[in-house]
Design a protein around this ligand. Structure first.
Ligand code: LIP
Length: 272
């Protein structure tokens, strides 16, 4: 999207997203060994939030609004501000909080920049590995680690549904999880296998990087998918909801085009 007179170019939005994600990532990394010191819960006893989640979001919001004070912000841990510029930042201070708590190397700072409701730039930083996934609308999806040059990402192209490796995730409420377990039981015999990483943002980036062929998850929040969905789409994935709904409402699907038809049909069938 060419920069218009009043909004920053997607590349400029991305530069800011990467800068604040890296700074928040350094804070998260410093806090990992004390992750369990201050843990609260949200929607259920297993939906945890740590003091590091909150500190990361505070840093992200502070840096973004210091740079662009007229922008809006939406964050997982409560940041919610209507801006006047048309740009809204959608941030997950730690996506994969349970992984962070347990020290499993799949937790990310995710920063997406919407312009009038459409994500135009996104950065997902896996804090544990240093992998930085980025994308701009029309500019492709990229992966870099540390100071190495970024490499362009492209989805894998599985030959069939039976050869499709599928990532998914589950909600935190018991009733949700029981229903989602039934869906996985039906899906598993019809695909290559299932992977459950614990971070939606990193699952979407895994589709982009060809590390899995498809991802689906119900009831994600905007901060879970804002940046990762752009990364997946810019790597060539079909990114959508079900039955023509937009991504995330309530289903998020990202899938390689070679199996998009049968995969979407299967996920639709399993979610009547
Ligand atoms: C997580 C999501 C993941 C989902 C987890 C959890 P959080 O977000 O990224 O896909 O399956 O249940 O919601 O809570 O770690 O930020």
């Amino acid at each position: 999207m060419p920069p218009d007179a009043i909004h920053p170019a997607p590349t400029d939005l991305l530069a800011l997203a990467v800068s604040v994600a890296r700074e928040a990532g350094a804070l998260v990394a410093r806090g990992q060994d004390r992750a369990g010191d201050h843990v609260g819960t949200k929607s259920s006893p297993v939906d945890v939030v740590t003091a590091v989640d909150s500190a990361s979001e505070e840093l992200l919001v502070g840096r973004l609004l210091a740079a662009l004070p007229d922008d809006g912000v939406l964050g997982e841990e409560g940041a919610s501000r209507e801006g006047t510029s048309g740009v809204r930042w959608v941030v997950d201070p730690i996506d994969g909080t349970v992984n962070f708590l347990y020290g499993l190397p799949a937790y990310a700072v995710s920063v997406g920049a919407e312009v009038h409701g459409t994500v135009r730039a996104g950065a997902v930083l896996n804090v544990a590995t240093g992998e930085l996934f980025t994308a701009t609308a029309g500019g492709g999806a990229w992966l870099s680690v540390g100071d190495e040059d970024a490499r362009r990402l492209k989805v894998r192209e599985p030959a069939s549904l039976e050869r499709t490796l599928v990532a998914t995730g589950f909600g935190y409420r018991v009733g949700q999880r029981r229903a989602q377990g039934r869906v996985v039981a039906e899906l598993l015999p019809r695909v290559r296998d299932i992977r459950r990483s614990g971070s939606a943002a990193l699952d979407l980036c895994a589709v982009a990087a060809g590390r899995v062929d498809a991802y689906y998850e119900l009831d994600l929040n905007p901060w879970d998918h804002a940046a990762g969905a752009l990364v997946a789409a810019e790597a060539g994935a079909v990114v959508t909801g079900l039955r023509g709904a937009p991504v995330g409402v309530p289903m998020t699907v990202a899938v390689a085009p070679s199996v998009a038809g049968p995969f979407l049909e299967l996920v639709t069938e399993l979610h009547p």
